[in-house]
Design a protein around this ligand. Structure first.
Ligand code: 4AD
Ligand code: MG
Length: 477
């Protein structure tokens, strides 16, 4: 007999005869009531067991975590809290669960404990909700770009290029690390390596993406990226997913418009399609807030915060204006910032970004026209000769969620910049070809997918919005 999803049973408009449901026991009360969850929804279905006609040995095996199959009728529930329940006629234990040893007991667990059990944490309400929201958001990403006629490009994971020029890469090699082949000069001989050259895991698909934008017009990537930056923060992963649209003939303003429209679309999509899960996550946050001191409580409940982002313009501010605001800010004057902003040209830390968003503007902010020397080589130089057409989008509770720019389309200017930064032109010959043959104004950005999921779910640690987080000293599972 084909089983019906719990979600469909709970959404049924009539009672039903002879249905079958399969799932995992969340709780078993009074030797009679199973709360059954199958992952299709945050909600459990109540299954009422005919305990008088069920053998004791079977009843004992209905424990938290066990997989069961129940057959019976979907009837109107006599109890409060649910419209329908299953009156069980036949119960089958599919997989026992040792009640004493099962780590996901029906009680509150710390997020740290759950991270150590990332293979089982998805069986909790919160992680089930987060992972369903994540899935819906990734569909929304494709839906947005596909509707607009963007072409989805799978850029390589293994690459020779360091797109961001930050040198934070994981090397890919098949050379024996305990017996490396050497050149006559005594350096490692990468000609003998698998690809015949030095390669690493990609930090961004942008450079390859640009070559496609210069043929297909509008493209996007959505794939894993890797950064070996040793920053053990609640916003950084060593392996994360990035969405990178790239559009020919778009300038920086078009780029900002696209990013803002895109973010609003995907947030709205999640709100429209994940209401049960988001309501649960909002309730979870409200509970958590109660245990915090007043000053640290956030002002808006989750759904109101998402609505605010969907319905309000992002504030667009130049780097120069932002530095003026920060220099005059109370935490700067009172030396409360870890990094004091003294002069134009300073790189902004997440404490500054969050001050601008959370305290000063109180809305998402797009900062643009950054100093050239704190940004990547490919960004278009402004007429002032010292700023580039960069933009970062800053979000409350998150800091930077998007980084992007108008690209330097002028061959000579780009080559000069690469020379100044010591970037090998020969390595990037193919990238320079886009500027040799039919170059044009173009722009793009990268959205960190996990930072988006953080924002939408209201979680605070990026390790809790990716199934199996990779961070320094941690690659379990
Ligand atoms: O600002 P980033 O480094 O920009 C780029 O990689 C460009 N190539 C994008 C482009 O223009 N096509 O990274 C983009 C975004 C950041 O804003 C952030 O949201 C996310 O990627 N990100 C990370 N997310 C999680 N863990 C990390 N270690 C991240 N590093 C960047
Ligand atoms: Mg950035």
């Amino acid at each position: 007999m084909r089983h019906t999803k719990v979600k469909d049973l709970l959404n049924s408009t009539t009672t039903l005869q002879e249905i079958n449901a399969k799932g995992w026991v969340r709780t078993f009360r009074n030797n009679q009531f199973i709360a059954l969850n199958d992952g299709s929804t945050i909600n459990n279905i109540q299954c009422v067991v005919d305990f008088e006609n069920t053998p004791d040995e079977t009843l004992k095996r209905i424990t938290t975590g066990a997989a069961v199959s129940v057959t019976g009728n979907l009837v109107e529930s006599k109890g409060a809290g649910q419209k329908y329940e299953i009156q069980v006629n036949k119960l089958e234990i599919l997989g026992d669960s040792d009640a004493e040893k099962f780590p996901m007991q029906p009680k509150k667990h710390s997020l740290e404990f759950l991270r150590e059990n990332a293979h089982l944490r998805v069986r909790t309400n919160a992680f089930g909700a987060i992972m369903r929201v994540r899935s819906v958001l990734s569909f929304a990403v494709h839906s947005y770009f596909q509707q607009k006629g963007f072409v989805y490009v799978n850029t390589p994971i293994v690459t020779g290029a360091d797109a961001e020029g930050a040198g934070e890469m994981f090397q890919v090699t098949s050379l024996p690390l305990d017996n490396l082949p050497k050149t006559e000069e005594g350096n490692i001989d990468y000609k003998k390596d698998f690809f015949g050259k030095h390669t690493n895991l990609t930090v961004s698909g942008q450079l390859e993406g640009e070559t496609f934008a210069m043929a297909l017009g509008q493209i996007y990537t959505f794939g894993p990226t890797f950064r070996a930056e040793n920053s053990n923060t609640s916003r950084h992963l060593a392996e994360f997913w990035m969405i990178e649209p790239e559009v020919a003939f778009n300038d920086l303003n078009d780029n900002m418009d696209l990013a803002e429209d895109f973010i609003k679309y995907v947030v709205k999509y999640a709100v429209d399609n994940c209401s049960d899960d988001l309501k649960f996550l909002e309730g979870r946050l409200i509970e958590e807030e109660k245990s915090k001191p007043q000053a640290e409580r956030s002002e808006m409940p989750l759904l109101e915060k998402l609505g605010f982002v969907m319905n309000n313009d992002f504030k667009r501010v130049s780097y120069t204006e932002a530095v003026d605001i920060l220099r005059d800010s109370t935490p700067n004057k009172k030396k409360k910032f870890q990094y004091i902003i003294n002069e134009w040209g300073a790189d902004l830390q997440s404490e500054h970004e969050r001050y601008l968003v959370e305290k000063h503007f109180k809305c998402p902010v797009i900062l643009f026209d950054y100093p050239a020397n704190i940004k990547a080589f490919y960004m278009r130089l402004n007429e002032d000769g010292k700023t580039v057409r960069a933009m970062d989008i800053l979000f409350p509770g998150i800091g930077e969620i998007v980084g992007g720019s108008q690209r330097e389309e002028r061959f000579d200017v780009l080559v000069e910049k690469m020379k100044a930064l010591g970037i090998d032109e020969e390595e990037l010959w193919w990238y320079l070809d886009t500027r040799r043959f039919g170059s044009a104004v173009h722009s793009g950005f990268g959205l960190g997918f996990e930072r988006l999921v953080l924002f939408v779910t209201g979680m605070t640690n990026i390790r809790d919005v990716i199934p199996f987080p990779r961070t320094p000293q941690n690659a379990e599972f």
